[in-house]
Design a binder for this molecule. Structure first.
Ligand code: ZN
Length: 711
């Protein structure tokens, strides 16, 4: 660091010092620097909920003073006095945010929800305050423009680009009037996203399927019937059954009910969410306004449409690139769907269901798909589960991380955790040196968010001082009674364990200078590649024979069962791919339409027809309940990201298969060196090319899903 570049004003530096002193004197545990082993650990054991709001206030005050010291600096903007000074600012704020983020996902109590509601607008406004800081942007811009002549390393140039791009994409270059309009649009959009979710929630609660007679539940598994009975009781409908209008209740109804009339009723109820034209919960006017505002904002920011703005700094770069990939996958998927439907109709005919055999409807799809699955692959969940014990599968993940990346895991105690069930493990690298701590929160609790996810508490970096990784994996498995093993389904193993562990491994393998560029801080359509590729090792014979051991006999999974599991990989892929990509295509096309007046129904029908989507597949989220795209922004014009990353994953996996197999040492090292360790220090397409030796191609994913590959 060049000291001469710090000619900050005395008043600004005094303000920083006094804000630091206020923090140091505070008895708020959220503001105390993380202490203890492993480079300091978040004090989860000391946090009280009323501490959050004052902690945020003080940490923001400190960063405001730090930023003022940067902008008051009279010296010429340099990488050191601007970018690095910004990079090192806000550490206390980041620490508060980390613990806050954990609480908003694993300690969801009414008190916490109330705090969240109060803090949400404060945090959003604070983010705007930074990107609208004209003096700060002017300095960042000066450093960025001079980046190639200032003697910066490639990583430093990349960091300057990341900061510059974030500011520009958020409107830092706009004049005052346009900035005011932008802020007003953002505010209105935030309200519309909330309105969209509220309408949906209201319809989900109101539009439920009530079953009056026992025979209406015919075909449903006992657990589904029991859940429907409990739902009816909650709704004061004793003696009846209620199928709630969410995926986890509706999907079993559509799969297992043998009553075609009731399946149709359920399907129509599900499709109609948010679509009660003219009613108080109609989401169509909400969507139209969202699309118009997104289009207006993108124009302000200098892009033809929202779709162009959204993908400009992602790996796809242009909407056309994303669409080209979708088109390449859609055609073979729809062709495969034709074969899948033929299989289903044959079963319907054999079972004497003449109506479905002649004209399979969308409400028949899941029902007959399940029958085909049983007939063709004959996998019995009950037979499979005893081989998939949580503890063994965890060992399997550690073993794979050891084989491929040389990482080792050792259980440790005494680390503060948000709940006593959470385990902690120390992670060491191939050289035996400490890499980080892995937190594992396996079990469901009433106050915990559903699903599985990975979150990073501290990123790797070497600036301003060396920091090691703190990262957690979170699942929602049902906790078994004491002394009994926790048994998993195959999708638990791949999606909840190996996939999320892949994100953690991405963080733990990071080897960069600046934390902002570390590990998984990469672009949206690329971040799932390192996690999806981790899933691939779960199905290798090495893992299954060593770790898929029967809970009572201890014997490894029989080869026949493992073979069935592998064969079932391509099952129903036509339908699943067609459904996901038709939704992604609709999302992209809507956002390419600019601010045109759109009749949503007509747009939907026309696009489905253009794609050639068979009507049986019409289980895609309808626009009126497409939450990914309309209850927020991350996936808007970004739903293609799943398919994009899966294409990278399939293509990359073939490098292992073309070499010595999944455990080929040289290929594993190359994956580490070009992808897993470099974070965002190089662009995603460059990192992929460095690993693959060329740009991505679609042939691998077509093969992977069992689709024909065009010559
Ligand atoms: Zn993921």
């Amino acid at each position: 660091m060049d000291r001469r570049s710090f000619l900050a004003s005395g008043a600004a530096l005094a303000a920083v010092a006094s804000a630091r002193a206020a923090l140091a004197a505070s008895d708020n545990p959220l503001l105390v620097a993380w202490a203890g082993a492993y480079g300091g650990l978040p004090p989860f054991d000391k946090v009280r909920l009323p501490d959050f709001e004052p902690a945020y206030r003080e940490a923001m005050a400190l960063q405001r003073a730090e930023l003022k010291a940067i902008t008051d600096n009279r010296a010429t903007p340099t990488f050191e006095n601007t970018i690095l000074a910004y990079e090192r600012s806000g550490q206390a704020l980041g620490n508060v945010g980390t613990i806050y983020g954990v609480h908003t996902s694993v300690v969801i109590t009414p008190e916490m929800q109330a705090i969240e509601e109060r803090l949400a607008p404060v945090l959003a406004a604070y983010a705007d305050e930074q990107t609208q800081n004209t003096a700060l942007f002017a300095r960042i811009d000066a450093v960025y423009q001079a980046r190639e002549t200032a003697g910066l390393t490639p990583e430093q140039q990349r960091l300057a680009w990341v900061y510059h791009n974030n500011f520009v994409q958020s409107g830092a270059r706009l004049n005052a009037a346009d900035k005011t309009r932008l802020a007003a649009i953002n505010l209105r959009l935030a309200d519309l996203y909330t309105a969209f979710s509220k309408n949906l929630l209201s319809d989900e609660n109101g539009d439920v399927l009530v079953l009056d007679k026992a025979q209406d539940t015919a075909g449903l598994p006992a657990s589904v019937v029991a859940a429907a009975r409990a739902a009816a009781e909650r709704r004061k409908l004793p003696g009846r059954w209620v199928i709630e209008n969410n995926g986890s209740a509706m999907n079993p109804m559509l799969t297992f009910s043998i009553r075609r009339d009731l399946r149709q009723k359920a399907w129509e109820m599900r499709m109609g969410l948010g679509d009660h034209t003219g009613g108080p919960t109609d989401n169509k006017p909400v969507i139209r306004e969202i699309l118009k505002l997104r289009a207006e904002r993108s124009k302000l920011l200098g892009y033809p449409t929202f779709a162009h703005w959204r993908v400009a700094d992602r790996m796809a770069r242009t909407p056309e690139n994303a669409i080209a990939l979708m088109e390449a996958l859609l055609k073979p998927a729809i062709a495969r769907m034709g074969e899948e439907v033929a299989d289903m109709k044959a079963i319907a005919a054999r079972e004497g269901d003449k109506a479905a055999a002649a004209d399979l409807q969308p409400w028949d799809y899941r029902h007959y798909a399940e029958k085909v699955r049983k007939a063709k692959y004959d996998i019995d969940e009950a037979e499979l589960k005893p081989y998939l014990q949580l503890d063994r599968m965890k060992e399997a993940m550690f073993w794979v991380a050891g084989q491929v990346y040389g990482l080792s895991f050792k259980r440790i105690k005494g680390v503060p955790v948000p709940h006593p069930d959470i385990e902690t493990w120390e992670v060491r690298g191939p050289d035996g040196r400490h890499r980080g701590v892995w937190y594992f929160d396996a079990f469901a609790r009433p106050e915990k968010q559903s699903g599985a996810w990975c979150s990073e508490y501290r990123s790797q970096g070497r600036f301003p001082e060396a920091s090691t990784v703190l990262v957690s994996n979170n699942c929602n498995f049902t906790k078994p009674p004491a002394g009994q093993p926790c048994l998993l389904s195959w999708s638990d193993v791949t999606v909840a364990l190996f996939h999320e562990f892949g994100h953690a491994i991405h963080a733990l393998n990071s080897d960069v200078t600046y934390r902002t560029l570390a590990g998984a801080n990469v672009t949206w359509d690329y971040v799932e590649f390192p996690s999806q590729i981790m899933e691939r090792w779960a199905l290798t014979p090495e893992v299954l024979s060593r770790f898929a051991l029967h809970a009572t006999t201890g014997k490894p999974m029989p080869k026949a069962l493992a073979d069935k599991l592998r064969a079932a990989k391509t099952f129903n892929q036509g339908f699943l791919t067609a459904r996901q990509l038709s939704a992604a295509m609709l999302d992209m096309k809507l956002h390419l339409a600019g601010d045109a007046d759109i009749d949503l129904d007509a747009f939907y029908q026309a696009e489905v027809k253009r794609i050639g989507l068979p009507k049986e597949a019409e289980l895609a989220p309808r626009l009126t309940w497409f939450s990914h795209v309309f209850s927020g922004e991350s996936y808007a014009a970004g739903y293609y990201s799943y398919a994009w990353a899966e294409t990278l994953t399939a293509d990359a996996w073939e490098v292992f298969l073309e070499a010595g197999g999944p455990y080929d040492k040289a290929v594993g090292k190359r994956l580490h060196d070009t992808v897993m360790s470099v974070g965002n220090t190089v662009s995603a397409d460059e990192a992929f090319r460095n690993f693959r030796g060329r740009d991505v191609r679609v042939a691998a994913i077509l093969r992977d899903r069992g689709f024909p590959v065009p010559a």
